[in-house]
Design a protein around this ligand. Structure first.
Ligand code: G6P
Ligand code: MG
Length: 211
């Protein structure tokens, strides 16, 4: 019943969500902001500046736009150091099988990540060629939970949103898929991703026939 599957990247195909967490944690702590896994959950799927704003909202002081850009840059430099050693071995279990299952079933495959490092990560994982279309995050005005990025992917794949399945690990990402009018498969905890139509622990449990 689906004609396209649109995947998120970080936390779905590879565990870069862990690296984003580490890089934000270090940045937050230099600003005297306490940062833990629970706080991080709210940042998943949120773009770089949006995430920084959420962190700095807990700081005692205020920041100029220039300081904010410098902090975002500092986080990104650290993140880039963390991903430099990534290789195909960092694909999460079942990721390649899920992509290949969709391909064999004749579905179009898109990637909708707001990360400006997405192309680098795909290249390091060696899977860029498995996607029919990868949204360039730099062209997106509104981050998740806005549906813009998923709607852009659907439009470029030439598939109506109602015939798209979206795959996400973030609360904001699932919300974006739902408001795009797509079917949402959550990756992670069903209680956290309560808006999803179905939730599985990881792509190792991906079963296209049951959605
Ligand atoms: C993804 C991740 C977020 C990250 C965002 C921006 O959505 O889930 O944690 O902040 O991308 O990533 P970037 O690589 O552009 O800083
Ligand atoms: Mg994600």
């Amino acid at each position: 019943r689906f004609k396209a599957v649109i995947f998120d990247l970080d936390g779905v195909i590879t565990d870069t969500a862990r690296y984003h967490y580490l890089a934000w944690k270090r940045l937050a702590e230099t600003q005297g902001v306490h940062f833990d896994e629970a706080f991080n959950e709210h940042l998943k799927g949120i773009d770089r500046m949006g995430s920084l704003e959420l962190i700095l909202a807990s700081s005692q002081r205020s920041y100029s736009q220039e300081e904010k850009l410098a902090l975002a840059d500092e986080k990104n430099e650290h993140y880039k150091e963390l991903i430099v050693t990534m290789s195909p071995g960092d694909l999460l279990p079942g990721a390649v099988r899920a992509l290949d299952t969709c391909r064999t079933a004749g579905l179009k495959i898109g990637l909708a990540s707001v990360s400006r490092n997405a192309f680098t990560v795909l290249d390091r994982l060696g899977i860029r060629g498995k996607f029919d279309y990868v949204v360039d995050a730099a062209t997106i005005a509104k981050g998740k939970p806005d549906p813009e990025i998923f709607l852009k992917a659907a439009r470029e794949l030439d598939v109506p949103p109602a015939e798209c399945l979206g795959v996400e690990d973030a609360v904001a990402g699932v919300a974006a898929i739902k408001s795009a009018g797509m079917w949402a498969l959550g990756i992670g905890d069903p209680q956290t991703l309560e808006q999803a139509d179905a939730v599985i622990p990881g792509l190792a449990q991906f079963d296209l026939a049951s959605y």
